[in-house]
Design a protein around this ligand. Sequence first.
Ligand SMILES: NC(=O)c1ccc[n+]([C@@H]2O[C@H](COP(=O)([O-])OP(=O)(O)OC[C@H]3O[C@@H](n4cnc5c(N)ncnc54)[C@H](OP(=O)(O)O)[C@@H]3O)[C@@H](O)[C@H]2O)c1
Length: 380
Amino acid sequence: MKELRVGLIGYGFIGRMHTLAYRSIPIYYDPIPCRTRLVGVCCTSEQSCRRAVGQAGYEFATTNWRELVQRDDIDIIDCCAPNYLHKEVIIESIKRGKHVYCEKPLARDLGEAQQILKETRNCRAKAQITLMYRFIPAMMRARQLIEDGFLGRPFSFRAAYLHSGYIDPNRPLTWRLDRKKAGGGALFDIGSHVIDLIRFLLGEFEGVFATSETFIRERPLPDRPDERARVEVDDLTLLLVRMENGALGTLEASRVATGTNDELRIEVHGSQGAIRFNLMNPNWLEVYDNREAGEPIGGNRGFKRIETVQRYPKPAVFPGPKFAIGWVRYHIASLHSFLVNIVEDRPCSPSLEDGVRVQEVMEAAYISAEHGGWVSLPLK
Ligand SMILES: NC(=O)c1ccc[n+]([C@@H]2O[C@H](COP(=O)([O-])OP(=O)(O)OC[C@H]3O[C@@H](n4cnc5c(N)ncnc54)[C@H](OP(=O)(O)O)[C@@H]3O)[C@@H](O)[C@H]2O)c1
């Protein structure tokens, strides 16, 4: 069986998740597409390097990510570094023939994203973006239903991704709040996921009208907590959207939505039916079929819950379709699909192109928020 050797860049929050996914795939799938070996890991601090080796079993650690990219005994570069590193890591890795699994958002702005695409266009190595909510069974089923015409003509959607972690004004100004390092705020961090899902379900965006706000304008510096600096990224961005298929929608990305945890909501209304989903209740896709009889006394009409639970197709074998699903499982499914795409030489999805499209919508939203008015897509 083929063995793919992994070099991970960034063993912070999401680097641990990716590591857990590599370790879990042999238990969740049978047969597995390939074996993986966690060869090298890169962090900036010695402490994180030690943790990655001790906790996760990487064979060695380095503080220079290029060392991983340049080694012959590494096949996959898994990029879990902050957004400002994605462009360089992807381009250099792919040019050296390494397959790349990279976190969202693809880059800090559309220019960087397009440069990634341009410089890697003729390379053979695979690249996939971790927009893993596409791998929730409820979202997979929603897409099937929409493709089969369940909604009829799609009229409108209401989408939101709501977090509350940035309400505390004393949360330090780490890389996610630094425009130079992150590129954007709530829209980039969590809005990228929900934009991708809307594309996954309803196709391309035609235009956006947006407004953004930074409610907490100064935050303490991480290394000098007595000093505060200006925050230049959004806490909240709201979009009005026109889709190419004629549907209208609203989309909200907020990191200051008090009372929420990890609340990604999507509701779509069409001429024949509707669907809705909430990430806090991910076992169910709710569907409404307007073709059901509405009489007598409501007939059979009303929202029903489809038990999508953990119903992944084979070769997923564990823990079985009836068990409640959660965030870790989507990451495992996303990484599994990447490994299958490498081994079977299939196109990756979500691809770099998908990452660029999401980036373009976010860029259009920031242009609209800054200058006012509708911004048409694709951007000229
Ligand atoms: N798809 C999802 O569900 C999801 C969720 C969260 C994050 N993300 C994405 O994942 C990426 C990382 O986010 P995170 O939350 O994991 O951030 P994090 O917790 O701050 O971790 C970042 C990691 O990158 C390392 N790093 C920073 N600069 C580096 C450099 N120049 N060279 C090598 N390593 C470097 C850090 O090293 P030290 O440990 O030494 O500081 C740390 O291990 C972001 O793009 C984010 O948008 C995706």
